[in-house]
Design a protein around this ligand. Structure first.
Ligand code: BES
Ligand code: MN
Ligand code: MN
Length: 462
């Protein structure tokens, strides 16, 4: 497809410019102050899909943010690819750690991205990766290379739990019928080491509150005589891991899928430098569950992490006080076969059980979702693998990711189709962190690789 290379080089500046304008809209789904911006982003995606050549695009309103649905059906007898992505982004804070404002995209060269990277919140997660699919469609339509049917479903609530999308999918099974789901919302090992994500972890996210005395107290007059909720909470949290960094919640590991020695040996073949990993994070040592490697700890093993903890006095200077309440937000990353609702319940039962007398504990579940695995003998995986071989000149390595896209397991359940995760971001792209970016090379490589997926998938399918 020399045509594709030509189309890319003729249009790459415009492709980058278009992405930059999308990145300028602060579509922060978590913060109600940005409601209008999130809605405007849905409109921009609507327009982009029409411009790229969809025959029909609609904005489906929900109780939350809209879902943009688009399609181009060329022949009902041909296979159908359903593309999923999200146009919402994470909050950019802490703002003072950004080198340039998060919604004023700039292109800068880095050691990972010598050809330049676009710096903006959402550049990689997921506006940039979602938009690769829009531009790949544009190419296929313009050059008469679309070999099958395509449907797009782009949501605005992924970063806050995809609640409206779950309802939408259940209510539109027929409309969303497809032969394979294609998502670019993950990463790959390195630009010279392509990989395909074959697994996502599940998630259970909870908030806990420990209440002691009915009001904040003078820490001199009452200190030592009543349970201090912050002391208690931190002790309870510390007890959730043992000396080997195993999680102590009874039943937590009961359903964990254990990988065979052969599978673990296969995983260990992926190139990985512990030294480079530590250097990139400025840490002297890694830390985690005994008996597992770093790559195992962050992909095939479940975890429990505090995401935030607060209570008492945190302002300037000192205030002598025993707070009435202490809070924490806790996430558990789960692996295949662990049921997130069951894990949430196990957590709640255990956390309530370990609370000492003198405090009350409240556990409030947030969102969650199941883990997911794509088998590498699936035709969708094979098509993706051939696509990477074509454009990278190397066979991609299958790799389980530690991240979560909880809606993927719901797709499998409700739509009975498998998902292929063709991610083009790098771990160092700082998604969810200050200075998020996405390599221009990666963006264009994605646009180049996606049309081959359509081609090979259609060939293998028929
Ligand atoms: N795109 C990410 C997930 C991801 C990133 C998976 C990189 C694999 C590799 C997604 O937008 C995300 O951030 N998911 C959340 C979960 C969601 C329920 C808020 C996560 O993993 O924390
Ligand atoms: Mn994402
Ligand atoms: Mn994200």
């Amino acid at each position: 497809m020399q045509q594709l290379k030509d189309y890319l080089s003729e249009n790459k500046n415009r492709f980058v410019e278009e992405l930059i304008s999308l990145l300028k809209i602060p579509s922060i789904s978590a913060d109600p102050a940005f409601t209008q911006d999130v809605l405007n982003t849905a409109d921009a995606v609507h327009k982009a899909l029409l411009d790229a050549g969809c025959d029909m695009v609609e904005i489906h309103t929900t109780e939350g943010y809209p879902i943009v649905y688009g399609e181009k059906i060329i022949d009902p007898n041909l296979p159908t690819v359903l593309v999923y992505g999200h146009y919402d982004v994470q909050p950019p804070d802490p703002l003072d750690l950004w080198d340039s404002p998060p919604f004023e995209p700039v292109i800068k060269k880095t050691s990972m991205h010598p050809e330049g990277a676009i710096y903006a919140r959402g550049a990689c997660d997921d506006k940039g990766q979602m938009y690769m699919h829009v531009k790949a469609l544009e190419y296929m339509v313009q050059k008469n290379q679309l070999p099958c049917n395509v449907k797009f479903m782009i949501e605005g609530e992924e970063e806050v739990g995809s609640e409206s999308l779950a309802t939408y999918v259940k209510e539109h099974r027929e409309k969303l019928a497809n032969d394979i789901i294609l998502i670019s919302d993950t990463g790959m090992i390195a630009n010279d080491t392509p990989s395909i994500t074959t697994g996502l972890r599940g998630l259970s996210y909870v908030e806990v509150c420990v209440t002691g005395p009915n009001r904040d107290l003078h820490s001199g007059l009452y200190g030592g005589a009543v349970a201090n909720p912050i002391n208690v909470l931190t002790k309870m949290i510390a007890s959730l891991h043992d000396e080997n960094n195993h999680i102590t919640i009874p039943g937590f590991y009961d359903k964990v899928e254990e990988l065979s020695t052969a599978e673990r040996a296969e995983m260990a073949k992926a190139p990985f430098s512990l030294e480079a990993y530590q250097n990139a994070l400025d840490i002297e040592a890694v830390y985690g569950e005994k008996g597992y490697t770093t790559n195992e700890r962050n992909s095939i093993r479940p975890t429990l992490d505090v995401n935030g903890i607060w209570g008492g006095y945190t302002g300037e200077g000192a205030k002598t006080v025993i707070a009435s309440k202490a809070f924490a937000k806790i996430s558990m990353r789960l692996v295949p076969n662990q049921d997130w609702q069951e894990i949430t319940q196990l957590f709640k039962t255990h956390f309530e059980a370990i609370a000492p007398k003198g405090v009350t504990v409240e556990v409030t579940p947030h969102h969650g979702g199941q883990g997911y695995v794509t088998p590498i003998d699936h035709i969708g995986y094979q098509a993706a693998s051939k696509a990477y071989e074509t454009t990278f000149g190397k066979t991609p390595i299958p790799q389980r990711s530690g991240g979560s896209i909880p809606i993927v397991s719901l797709f499998e359940k409700e739509l009975s189709s498998k998902t292929i995760l063709m991610g083009f971001g790098l771990d160092s792209d700082a998604i969810h962190s200050p200075n998020e970016h996405f390599g221009v090379w990666n963006y264009l490589k994605g646009i180049e690789t996606i049309p081959y997926f359509y081609k090979y998938f259609t060939e293998i399918h028929s």
